[in-house]
Design a protein around this ligand. Structure first.
Ligand SMILES: Cc1cc2nc3c(=O)[nH]c(=O)nc-3n(C[C@H](O)[C@H](O)[C@H](O)COP(=O)(O)OP(=O)(O)OC[C@H]3O[C@@H](n4cnc5c(N)ncnc54)[C@H](O)[C@@H]3O)c2cc1C
Length: 444
């Protein structure tokens, strides 16, 4: 049996820890937060199916939801539109409850958990990751699972030749502020309770305001870092438009990054595998990552369990990477390509898309339900060509839609160079092609 370190109590790492400890491996989780402060002070939506995939019972504390989202465009002359309730069932779960629950399952399965232990960097011997250095000491192991999140000090300190790390660039991250406010008594709820405001003068940004039974959930997301002054101004605006929103902070109030880009090109190296936000595994339009993490945790654990000789080198871990890209990664890339369009637009131009009915409610619903990539792969070019026809009188939008068609075509070519079996040279070529492609479509 092998010694496996899970660095950070990220959701994917903890799911892998549950499976690996159950299979008899010695699993140690190092988490920098103290146990009582672990998890975000918020409730989030997670696809139910992911729990079924992982064979993990859904925690009792959560509520099943089918959200009806209403978009509130920038200009008042464009009418608001409400998407039909999502087909898929999701659960709304408190993040502290979720991570505590997953960690309790890991502990039950035999994993050891050390809280308040911050990892500083990987230990590398020869060309293999052999352990981690915490603030206090060094720990050696057979495999390190990197579940430290967006700014993982493990990923960021890997040598370049491993091809795993890449620089975080503009538009890769949405900077968010999330807080819950009191709901004023005797003021009626708005007609729609899950409202997304497309806002920002300049590049596209959004805020959401979700009216719960006894409080208001406010989230602000921008492609630049938010400061207190801007956040306050945006909150004031939301408050003015929503008479039922109080000004008393009930919970949360923190700034957090969400990766909204394509996953890493290479997730593995000898003795190392990245998972979750540390590998940028989110649905890039919404920034939802928990379901991908849970699934990837299963894929990684299966791959490790199948490596019965305990090599855990890049060659054997490539099976995890391959399965991830096949089941999630390639479609996540297509979503990231479509999302890229937003970076070339101002909020006014986005408004025009709705005003002129170029983007339909049905299409937005598919995007929110994570089914948009199906349109792109099946009838892809026909759909995009139809859009180009609709926007022919608007040169800027026409150029954007033409770009989408070209980008998806170019990505399909890049995708074909994904190595089916691990070969260092082929992986390097894949890494270069993949990153060069995404860099080439990036807005300045
Ligand atoms: C405001 C907001 C809203 C979101 N809404 C949703 C949603 O509705 N649905 C959804 O699916 N996703 C949502 N997400 C995204 C989701 O939070 C992430 O994609 C998901 O948590 C996956 O990240 P992770 O578990 O890999 O990493 P994280 O959640 O970032 O966990 C990483 C863990 O590693 C620990 N850590 C970090 N550095 C170190 C270190 N040096 N040493 C030791 N430990 C370390 C951290 O303390 C943390 O516990 C949201 C995110 C934000 C910020």
């Amino acid at each position: 049996m092998s010694k496996i370190i899970v660095a950070g109590a990220g959701h994917g790492g903890v799911v892998a820890a549950i499976k690996l400890a159950k299979a008899g491996h010695e699993v140690i989780i190092f988490e920098k937060s103290r146990q009582e402060s672990l998890g975000l002070p918020q409730s989030d939506v997670v696809e139910k199916e992911a729990f079924v995939y992982a064979d993990i019972p859904i925690p009792d504390e959560c509520k099943t939801v089918r959200n009806e989202i209403t978009f509130i465009p920038l200009e008042s002359d464009v009418s608001r539109f409400t998407l039909p309730a999502t087909e898929e069932e999701s659960i709304l779960i408190n993040r502290k409850v979720l991570i505590t629950y997953l960690l309790s399952l890991a502990k039950e399965a035999g994993a050891e958990i050390f809280y308040g232990t911050e990892i500083i960097k990987p230990i590398i011997l020869g060309n293999r990751v052999c352990g981690v250095r915490t603030r206090e000491q060094e720990f050696y192991c057979d495999l390190v699972i990197d579940a430290c999140g967006v700014y993982s000090p493990l990923r960021m300190n890997l040598p370049e030749y491993m091809c795993v790390n890449r620089e975080i660039k503009k538009y890769d991250i949405v900077h968010t502020y999330r807080a819950y406010f009191n709901k004023l008594p005797n003021v009626p709820d708005p007609e729609t309770t899950y409202n997304i405001y497309v806002r920002d003068n300049g590049s596209v940004g959004f805020s959401w305001l979700v009216t719960e039974e006894d409080r208001i959930d406010a989230l602000i997301g921008r492609f630049h870092e938010l400061d207190d002054k801007e956040t306050l101004e945006i909150l004031r605006g939301l408050h003015e438009e929503n008479a039922h929103m109080g000004t008393e902070l009930v919970e949360g109030g923190s700034f957090m990054p969400i990766p909204v880009c394509q996953p890493l090109a290479v997730l593995v190296a000898d003795g190392y595998a990245a998972i979750g936000d540390s590998a940028f595994m989110t649905y890039s339009i919404k920034g939802s990552g928990i379901a991908y993490c849970i699934r990837a945790g299963v894929m990684l654990a299966d791959c490790v369990i199948n490596d019965t000789q305990g090599f855990y080198d890049a060659e054997h871990l490539w099976e995890y990477e391959k399965r991830f890209f096949k089941e999630i990664g390639f479609s996540a890339c297509r979503i990231a390509i479509v999302k890229n369009l937003l970076h070339y637009m101002t909020a006014e131009q986005l408004n025009d898309l709705f005003k002129q009915n170029i983007v339909t409610t049905d299409e937005v619903a598919k995007v929110m339900e994570e089914k948009f990539d199906a349109i792109l792969t099946a009838k892809g070019f026909a759909t995009v060509k139809d859009k180009v026809r609709l926007v022919r009188d608007n040169p800027l939008l026409k150029e954007m839609f033409t770009n989408i068609a070209v980008w998806i075509g170019r990505f399909t070519v890049a995708e074909s160079s994904f190595p089916n079996k691990y070969d260092a040279e082929d992986v390097q070529k894949w890494n270069e092609r993949y990153n060069t492609f995404f860099d080439s479509i990036r807005a300045e």
